[in-house]
Write a protein that binds this ligand. Sequence first.
Ligand SMILES: [Zn+2]
Length: 284
Amino acid sequence: MQDHKQRFLFPDSDIRGELVQVESSVSRILEGHSYPLPVQGLIGEAVAAVALLASTLKFKGRLALQAQGKGPVSLLLAECSHDGELRALARHSDGQDWSHGDIQTLIGEGTMVITITPDQGRQYQGIVPLSGDTLAECLQGYFQQSEQLPTSLWLASGNNRAAGLLLQRLPNQLATTDGNNQMWEHLDALASTLQMEELLNLDDQTILHRLFHDTPPQLPDAQPLQFGCTCSRDRNRNALISLGNQELQQLLDEDGEVTLTCDFCRHQEHFDAVDLAEMIREGN
Ligand SMILES: [Zn+2]
């Protein structure tokens, strides 16, 4: 099964849903890193979360989830673009007891920031405290605080796979407030019966049939999701230039070259003495 997101719509109501299943992109994100198992789980959930959240974007751009705290996982970062490109990373300390997988133990006291960056226009940022035990609970807090449309979501992750389910109440268009409210409570209660193993291991059709067989949703075509990194030689070069000439000169004198490794995709970009000298010339 290919990584994808599947929208679903309930006829005669203003409630939509989204299912996300990611496997090869999660494997690619974890590849080359030695993340402890609970950290891998957290990254998988974050990847499913940004894929779900990006599906609500109405413009071209990127959505990022960043959680930072005082626990052993100091940073969790996941990004998704409007066309379904995913990347993620985590920073963690070594020598920890990794037997507990909840957010409070792993990331601890801290904040979660959702950043939406349109290709054109102003950036939006929403910040919430990490107050839940799971990433899904923290995101629920984000939706409540940022005055978004009523939204529920569920995340599951494990064995290099991740999946997510989102339900969202849209503004009244096809139904009345009463009708939508009733339908929302009904569908939300049904979705809450889904076991996380089911979300992670069953295909879309089976999940949707199991939950909503009395009100079968309509399914537009699924959209592909895949790993994608935005790093480039130009960006690495700009990062080096931003160090300033003094530091570049020091690099040139001491090492004569520099190799930068992308934290997301592990791609290595090499700059030799000629490259460094050119950057210093440009800086003057
Ligand atoms: Zn990269």
